[in-house]
Ligand binder design. Structure first.
Ligand code: HEM
Length: 162
């Protein structure tokens, strides 16, 4: 990556920004998770086709799918863990077995690079709306970095699984 983009190393400040937003949001995780997912499908309606439990759901309201919320909360939590690892080691290491499975799951579901961008935008929008008083360019940058590194680790494993 180019040097200007990484000029601000991921440090205590960045980790603190990610964790402070998450601490403010986690009590409300279920409803935030739903908003997060609705936002994904607003940006990319076709993404619904990738989720088997939605594909088979007909016109049933999305909010009735517990699995949907689980995925969203997992993305939030893993982005937080990613922030902590970035601060500690400068690198994201999801446990190897978990990462292998994640690679295989996402390849099988037909997830492409563009979907990771959609999910990133939806994630950032959700946080911005959830903690408007905390939201700053620095906080946005910290979440972006944590998410990008995590997504890169999953995409790398997807290449191996493909
Ligand atoms: C499944 C995490 C991005 C679509 C899963 C699972 C996890 C996970 C933990 C459960 C299955 C397993 O452990 O193998 C993440 C993380 C992401 C991410 C951390 C980003 C950093 C995406 C994106 C899409 C997506 C961009 C597409 C829009 C799916 C689908 C499943 C899945 C379709 C399978 C659901 C099912 O069949 O029940 N993901 N995911 N994920 N993910 Fe993701």
């Amino acid at each position: 990556t180019d040097a200007t983009a990484t000029a601000t190393a991921f440090g205590e400040e960045q980790e603190a920004l990610v964790l402070s937003a998450w601490n403010a949001m986690k009590g409300d995780a279920a409803s935030l998770a739903l908003k997060f997912f609705l936002r994904i499908f607003e940006i990319a309606p076709g993404a619904k086709q990738m989720f088997p439990f939605l594909r088979d759901a007909g016109d049933a309201p999305l909010e009735n799918h517990p699995k949907l919320k689980t995925h969203a909360v997992v993305v939030f939590v893993m982005a937080c863990e990613s922030a902590t690892q970035l601060r500690n080691t400068g690198d994201v290491k999801v446990r190897e077995a978990a990462l292998k499975r994640l690679g295989a799951t996402h390849v099988k579901a037909g997830v492409a690079d563009a979907h990771f961008e959609v999910v990133k935008t939806a994630l950032l929008d959700t946080i911005r709306d959830a903690v408007p008083d905390m939201w700053t360019p620095e906080m946005k940058a910290a979440w972006e970095e944590a998410y990008d590194q995590l997504a890169a680790a999953i995409k790398e494993e997807m290449k191996n699984a493909a």
